[in-house]
Unconditional design. Structure first.
Length: 217
């Protein structure tokens, strides 16, 4: 069943040269939007041959697209409790190589917010997994909606994507919002000393396509 997705428009687009902490350098075209359903300040980064200014919809081939959920602790501070930082790093480089869009979605902690995510970490330290911890706090296992992500893609004139993600829910929701997910491209597994249990829970409970030892951690 297709869902009716309200239209959004591009509000601003500007070039931002990037230098990641490990020295990787690339150019980005950063887009903001008007009319996103949840009022979040979500961003799209055009990378590779889509880092330049161009009219919406003027693309050769199918862009590689990663919807990345904000994770302050992982993306900015290198927290090893999750794999968000390395996934973001991988996505920027891969999309820069093939051309596409990184959707940076402000939905911290699978949508429950930063403070609640830290509370969920505290519960994980006494034995709950990442999903049960959210439930114990009165949240759903995963509260993320990708309607705003679909709105951004529609505003950019992107109707067909190769989706860089291990999460089947992202493909399912985007398809429901009228985005043609022509291929799903897996990300690498980024195992650290502290995220084994977290990755195993994602594989087991979220049906992520991760080749992780389920007994890890
Ligand atoms: Zn994270």
């Amino acid at each position: 069943m297709l869902m009716r997705v309200p239209p959004a428009t591009i509000r601003t687009q500007v070039s931002v040269p990037l230098r990641l902490p490990d020295g990787f350098v690339t150019d980005a075209r950063v887009f903001s939007f008007e009319g996103l359903v949840d009022g979040g300040e979500h961003l799209t980064f055009g990378l590779g041959d889509l880092a330049g200014a161009r009219p919406p919809g003027d693309y050769d081939g199918i862009p590689l697209v990663r919807p990345h959920s904000e994770c302050l602790t992982g993306d900015v501070f290198g927290s090893q409790r999750c794999d968000c930082g390395p996934q973001l790093r991988e996505a920027v480089e891969r999309i820069s190589g093939s051309g596409g869009f990184l959707l940076y979605l402000r939905q911290e902690g699978r949508g429950i917010g930063l403070y609640a995510k830290l509370e969920a970490y505290a519960l994980q330290d006494i034995g709950l997994d990442t999903y049960d911890a959210n439930l114990a706090l009165g949240h759903r296992e995963d509260e993320r909606s990708y309607v705003a992500a679909a709105q951004m893609l529609h505003a950019l004139g992107v109707s067909k994507v190769a989706l860089l993600s291990n999460n089947p829910d992202k493909a399912r929701q985007l398809r429901r919002c009228g985005v043609n997910v022509a291929a799903q491209v897996p990300t690498r597994v980024h195992l650290s000393a502290a995220n084994g249990r977290y990755l195993a829970a994602k594989a087991r409970r979220g049906a992520h396509t991760l080749d992780v030892e389920l007994s890890a951690g």
